[in-house]
Design a protein around this ligand. Structure first.
Ligand SMILES: Cc1ncc(COP(=O)(O)O)c(C=O)c1O
Length: 475
C-alpha cells in the first residue's frame, strides 16, 4: 500500500484545495493551533511533534514568555532599517551570543534563517581575506553528503546530490570543492582504526589544499553534526582537531555550520562543545535553535581573529538584507525576531532545558533501541544504526532488495507516523555518495519535552515502523 501522492496518510488526514506551490509531492495538512509539542489540524486531528518541525521548535509552540516578549516588542519598535538604526533586542541578543561563547566569538551578525546565515558565512570569510591582503584566497572546501542551505551559493558549497541535481549545471564548481564525509559506520574501512580513518580524512583534506594551492583556500566548512543528509551523524573523535590542524597549517579558516545542530540541540549550546572535540571555529552559523521557530532568524558568529581582521580595515560587514543584517561593534537586526530569540535563549537557560533535553533525549534513544532492536522486534534485522546525542537522534534502516512499490521505507514510515498522530522526518539517500541509497528518520523533540511525551513519540514510531514492515515484508 503505497501512500497517495495527494495525501501521505491515505486519507487519514483531510486536506482542502491549495494555492500554494508546496515543497512536497503531496499536499500537507494545515495546522490551526499548537501548544508545546502538540499541534492541532484543520480537521481536528491532534499530532505530537517528535522533530520540532525540522529541528527548529526547541520550546514547542506558544511558550508564554516568548509570546509576551514578542507582544512587548511590537508595542515598542516593530521595525527599523539596519543601515540607519540599531535596536535594543538585537544589541542584547548579540551581546548574549558573544558572552555565552566562553571567548570563542567576538562579534555576530544576523540573518533571516540558515541559508542566509551560511551565505553570510561564505561572504564574511571571503571579505576577511580580501581585507587582510590575501585576495588570492578564493576556494572553499566542504564535504560530500553535506547540506548548507537551498540558495545557489549554499548548494554549491554543500554536496547533497538530489537537492542540487536540477541546478547542478548552474552551480559554482570553480570555487567550491568537496572531500569525503566523516561517517565512520558507512565509510571507515574494516581494517582501519578510528585514528587511521581520521588520519585518512585529514590527509585527503591536506591533499585537496595542496592540489588547489594552499594559499588559495579560504576555509574548510563542515556541519558539526550532519543533520538532514546522512541523519544525525557525529564525526569520529579527533576529526575536527585534525581538520582544523590542516586549516591552521595553511592559514585558512575553520568554519562550522551549526544551523541544525547548534544552540542546544546536541545538549550543549554549541555542538562543537560536545561533538566537535571542543574546537571552536573561526566562523559559525546558527539558526534553528536560535529562534526556536518563533522568529525567522539566523546568526553568523565570528572569532576575535575575524573581528580584528575586518575591524582593522573597513570595520563593517559588506553584506546585509532589508530584514536582518550586518555588524559593527555588535549585531543589529529585525527587532521582533531578536526579541523572540532573546526570550527563547533566556528560557532555555532559566528553565535548565539543556539538562532536560540531555535526559529526555537519552530516554528516547533507549526506548527506540528497546522497541526496534529488542528480541521480539520485527524491525530488528533492518535497523542499521540508532545514533545521535542530546536531543537529536536518527534511526537508519537498511533493506536489500525490498520493493516498496515506488516509495521508500523512510517516507512510508513518516506518512504512517503522521496518520498515527506523530510528526517525524523521513529522509532518503544518505547511505552512499551518489545519494541513491539509504532510509533514515530523524527525531528532534523540544528541549522541554516531558517523559510522557517521549514515551508517546517512541510508541507511535515503533508501531508505525511495525505496521509498514507488516504490510511490505514481515507476514
Ligand atoms: C546544516 C544546515 N545548514 C543550513 C540549512 C538551511 O537553513 P534554512 O532552511 O533555514 O535556510 C539547514 C536546514 O536544514 C541545515 O540543516
Amino acid at each position: 500500500m503505497a501512500p497517495s501522492m495527494d495525501n501521505p496518510t491515505n486519507g487519514a488526514v483531510e486536506t482542502k484545495p491549495t494555492s500554494i506551490l508546496h515543497r512536497t509531492p503531496w499536499q500537507p495538512p494545515v495546522a490551526v493551533s499548537a501548544e508545546g509539542s502538540h499541534i492541532r489540524l484543520q480537521d481536528g486531528t491532534n499530532l505530537i511533534d517528535g522533530v520540532g518541525g525540522a529541528a527548529v521548535s526547541c520550546l514547542g509552540n506558544s511558550h508564554p514568555t516568548v509570546m509576551q516578549a514578542i507582544k512587548d516588542q511590537v508595542d515598542k519598535v516593530s521595525y527599523v532599517y539596519n543601515m540607519q538604526l540599531s535596536n535594543e533586542p538585537a544589541e542584547a541578543l548579540a551581546k548574549k551570543l558573544v558572552d555565552t561563547s566562553r571567548g570563542a566569538f567576538a562579534l555576530c551578525g544576523f540573518a533571516s534563517g540558515g541559508s542566509e546565515a551560511m551565505e553570510g558565512v561564505i561572504k564574511l570569510a571571503r571579505q576577511y581575506f580580501f581585507e587582510t591582503n590575501q585576495p588570492q584566497r578564493t576556494n572553499f572546501i566542504a564535504r560530500q553528503l553535506s547540506f548548507h542551505g537551498n540558495t545557489l551559493g549554499t548548494l554549491s558549497l554543500a554536496y547533497h546530490p538530489t537537492r542540487r541535481a536540477p541546478y547542478a549545471d548552474i552551480l559554482d564548481d570553480k570555487h567550491f570543492h568537496h572531500v569525503s564525509p566523516a561517517y565512520a559506520k558507512r565509510f571507515q574501512k574494516p581494517e582501519e582504526t578510528v585514528e587511521q580513518y581520521v588520519e585518512r580524512l585529514r590527509q585527503e583534506l591536506e591533499d585537496k589544499f595542496i592540489a588547489l594551492g594552499p594559499d588559495t583556500v579560504i576555509g574548510f566548512v563542515a556541519e558539526t553534526v550532519v543533520g538532514a543528509t546522512t541523519g544525525v551523524v557525529p564525526a569520529p573523535k579527533g576529526y575536527f582537531k585534525a581538520m582544523k590542524s590542516v586549516c591552521d597549517k595553511y592559514g585558512a579558516l575553520f568554519i562550522l555550520d551549526e544551523v541544525m545542530s547548534g544552540m542546544g540541540r546536541m545538549g550543549t549550546l554549541h555542538a562543537w562543545e560536545s561533538f566537535g572535540d571542543g574546537v571552536a571555529p573561526d566562523i559559525q552559523a546558527v539558526a534553528k535553535g536560535l529562534g526556536g521557530g518563533y522568529a525567522s532568524i539566523g546568526a553568523v558568529l565570528m572569532s576575535q581573529r575575524i573581528a580584528d581582521g575586518i575591524r582593522d580595515k573597513s570595520g563593517l560587514w559588506k553584506h546585509g538584507h532589508t530584514y536582518q543584517a550586518s555588524f559593527t561593534e555588535t549585531g543589529f537586526a529585525h527587532p521582533l525576531a531578536c526579541a523572540a530569540s532573546l526570550a527563547v535563549q533566556e528560557v532555555i537557560e532559566k528553565e535548565n532545558l539543556l539538562e532536560n533535553i540531555r535526559v529526555q533525549g537519552d530516554y528516547l534513544r533507549s526506548l527506540l533501541q528497546e522497541g526496534l532492536t529488542g528480541p521480539n522486534s520485527p524491525a530488528s534485522p533492518y535497523v542499521f544504526d540508532i545514533r545521535g546525542g542530546g536531543g537529536f537522534w536518527a534511526v537508519e534502516f537498511e533493506f536489500n532488495g525490498v520493493d516498496f512499490q515506488g516509495s521508500s521505507f523512510a517516507m512510508l514510515v513518516q506518512a504512517r507516523s503522521l496518520a498515527n498522530g506523530l510528526i517525524v522526518m523521513g529522509m532518503v539517500g544518505g547511505a552512499n555518495l551518489e545519494g541513491t541509497k539509504g532510509d533514515h528518520l530523524i527525531f528532534a523533540p523540544a528541549y522541554n519535552v516531558t517523559k510522557e511525551e517521549v514515551e508517546k513519540i517512541a510508541e507511535i514510531f515503533v508501531r508505525s515502523v511495525n505496521e509498514i514492515l507488516k504490510e511490505y515484508i514481515v507476514q
